[in-house]
Design a protein around this ligand. Structure first.
Ligand SMILES: [Zn+2]
Length: 692
């Protein structure tokens, strides 16, 4: 029932181990505890959490299993059990990742382990599972559509622990699950490995002894090629971990009655099955091909100009586009076509942390009547002494809807990467009131120790990321579900990424951007149309190439778990490198690549998303469709804003297609989704030629 928490743990433990833990913040007398909870003033107080949670869940389990005429349904009670655990486990997880004091982090890590064990024991509790399973029939007259869907999702989570299997199968299930976990963890640990460079190549290319990235913006083509191909070289150890992972996942899916892991992974998703996902991804590739080739032609022109310069220098290599050159040529184009460095510099006073969250608040106020207000912090409430802001979300009647903490300071012990934590979900409580959601956004944006951190400048890219992450937070704030199991972002990933992607569409609209992004010191001043247009044109140049590339990665991730490739990889008849090249050559045939390069050996997402990496593209396509249909011509439409807020309030309580129908008026097919992306890429692919 708490599968998401367990997965998050497994994903982050390895990352945390190499994060330095030297920094320690100043200690002050505390008026309250973490998140305003007076019981969490000290690290030791975390030790009390597991026993308190166990006590309340035991009482609920007893209520569930005691035969009686209970007015509450089984699903209500199980969701309460889940809520009791999540309220503490999710809070502990956030503290484990973000707290600046090692005592707190260690205490949170210890209790997280306790919660994992508790969850594992409940997930494999046959009596609990059977009671819930039988309620599908015994309580069916008392269940509405939301109850039924939540019940299905909860049972599905239970079944991921093999609780429903016969004893001999259960043993095999546990064994395979543990092999999947181990192979995945080992593979991920190696994804970011550093590559050593030999003495000869160091001297020849002027390289350091180690390389950390595949990107070289050197003007020397052979150096760019060498760096890229060395970084992504096929690695036999990674291949063996992948082979093990794919093989175990394939066996596990067959044990549970599915043709392949790629089939199993599509349960409860928008596209519903393997064949539709496949056809969606190939549809994206085919329909974006025209725009893709247009953009490629621009890059070939840039490449030819570079070759001309190379030829003048005696380098006679023929002008072609190679995989290792894509990033470099795009960079060169943006520099020449948009003079992007200078425009970014001129417009930078408009892009500060304060101006961006205020701009977001202006947008949500116009769309939904919900605004964000900065609240003073109470000592002890925070996990770090500076660089954290508390925002209260309120509606037009000043009702409090929830709290968003935004932690923007860069500090060594903070987990890497931008992410959000749902510390507490929205949920209807048994007395009819709503549990107030608490969200935390963690972004590495500014030096939190600077007294001016609120007005620190952020890059255009970071501003867009803030809109994305605040979009996730607003999804949870707007949540009004009976059950916490389906609240806010707790829905299939193809839907949970739609609100955040839609916010990026608003941010990328010229009219919206110049209207809502204001200098905090001079709010009457507007960002010039020319600057905004240049920033946006640069950002969205080469969208078709990016889209086709994402579809290709999605196809690889799907097929590597699919019915044809997985058995071949498991038995050693095919390598993942062969599969990857086969897909890349079909999807992006004009781009040359070295047969020995193996991007997929560094692709973390194979472990995390397993046959669902494509969900991001589905979410983007859905957001694109919503934008085109409902907001493009009237971005501040309150009518459609209210409608979209209502859709978000359901979280994962309905099938994604049902929710999309509420805003679009129809259930989008995979063809509608590919059309939306194709239309967008055709519109954006009209790039002018440049002289570099
Ligand atoms: Zn996201």
């Amino acid at each position: 029932m708490l599968r998401s928490v367990i997965l998050r743990h497994s994903r982050t433990i390895s990352r945390n181990s190499w994060v330095a833990r030297a920094f320690r913040s100043e200690k002050v007398d505390k008026e309250t505890g973490l998140f305003g909870n007076k019981n969490l003033k000290t690290a030791e107080s975390f030790n009390e959490l597991p026993a308190a949670v166990k006590k309340s869940t035991d009482a609920l389990i007893q209520e569930l299993l005691t035969p009686s005429q209970n007015p509450r349904t089984s699903i209500q009670i199980v969701d309460d059990i889940s809520n009791e655990i999540c309220k503490s486990a999710d809070l502990a997880e956030c503290v484990r990742q973000l707290h600046s004091e090692p005592e707190f982090r260690n205490a949170a890590e210890d209790v997280s382990r306790n919660f994992c064990e508790l969850v594992e024991s409940l997930n494999t509790n046959t009596a609990l599972y059977q009671k819930l399973k039988s309620s599908e029939i015994t309580e069916s007259s008392r269940l509405d559509d939301v109850d039924k869907r939540t019940l299905t999702l909860l049972l599905d989570d239970f079944e991921q622990s093999g609780v429903h299997l016969k004893d001999n199968q259960k043993e095999q299930f546990v064994q395979l699950s543990s092999e999947i976990f181990d192979a995945g963890a080992r593979f991920q640990q190696n994804c970011d490995r550093i590559v050593s460079v030999g003495k000869f190549d160091q001297a020849k290319y002027g390289l350091p002894s180690q390389i950390y990235t595949p990107v070289s913006n050197s003007l020397d083509r052979s150096k760019r090629k060498m760096v890229y191909n060395t970084f992504y070289r096929h690695d036999d150890i990674q291949e063996s971990y992948l082979q093990h992972l794919i093989s175990s996942r394939h066996q596990l899916s067959q044990l549970t009655g599915f043709e392949s892991f790629a089939h199993r992974a599509q349960r409860n998703s928008l596209l519903e099955n393997y064949d539709t996902v496949r056809s969606f991804l190939w549809g994206v590739v085919e329909k974006c091909r025209g725009a893709f080739e247009k953009e490629l032609a621009v890059l070939i022109d840039v490449s030819a100009q570079c070759s001309q310069q190379d030829n003048n220098n005696g380098n006679n290599e023929i002008s072609t586009i190679a995989e290792h050159d894509l990033g470099f040529l795009m960079h060169l184009y943006r520099e020449s076509a948009y003079d992007i460095a200078q425009v970014s510099q001129q417009s930078s006073p408009f892009f500060t942390f304060n101006s961006i969250w205020n701009g977001f608040s202006t947008l949500t106020q116009r769309l939904y009547g919900v605004r964000l207000i900065e609240e003073p912090l109470i000592s002890g409430e925070m996990w770090n002494s500076s660089g954290v802001m508390k925002l209260q979300a309120v509606d037009e009647q000043n009702n409090e809807l929830g709290v968003i903490y935004v932690d923007v300071s860069i500090r060594p012990e903070k987990a890497v990467g931008d992410c959000h934590y749902t510390v507490r979900c929205s949920k209807q409580l048994s007395d009819g009131t709503w549990q107030m959601p608490i969200l935390v956004l963690s972004l590495g944006l500014v030096d939190g120790h600077s007294s001016q951190w609120r007005n620190s400048r952020v890059s255009f890219h970071s501003a867009e990321t803030m809109f994305h992450e605040l979009g996730h937070a607003m999804h949870s704030i707007l949540g009004r579900t009976k059950y916490q199991h389906v609240a806010g972002t707790r829905c299939p990933q193809d839907f949970s990424e739609i609100p955040s992607n839609l916010m990026e569409y608003f941010f990328s609209d010229l009219g919206v951007m110049t209207d809502i992004i204001r200098r905090t010191d001079r709010p009457e001043e507007q960002l010039s149309i020319e600057s905004a247009a240049t920033l946006l044109a640069s950002r969205h140049s080469f969208t078709a190439i990016e889209t086709v590339q994402q579809a290709a990665y999605g196809l690889y991730d799907l097929e590597v778990h699919g019915p044809i490739a997985a058995p071949q990889i498991a038995s050693g008849r095919m390598t993942t490198t062969e599969l990857f090249h086969d897909i890349m050559n079909k999807t992006m045939p004009h781009i040359q690549r070295s047969p020995d390069s193996a991007f997929q050996h560094r692709f973390h997402h194979t472990v995390q998303y397993g046959a669902k990496y494509y969900s991001y593209l589905v979410a983007r396509a859905s957001a694109c469709l919503i934008w085109q249909q409902r907001f493009l011509n009237d971005p501040f439409s309150r009518k459609w804003g209210d409608c979209w807020a209502e859709v978000q309030s359901h979280g994962g309580g309905h099938h994604p297609a049902v929710l999309l129908e509420k805003i679009l008026g129809f259930r989008p097919t995979e063809n509608d989704l590919t059309q939306a992306l194709s239309k967008e890429s055709q519109h954006l692919a009209n790039l002018d030629a440049v002289t570099v």
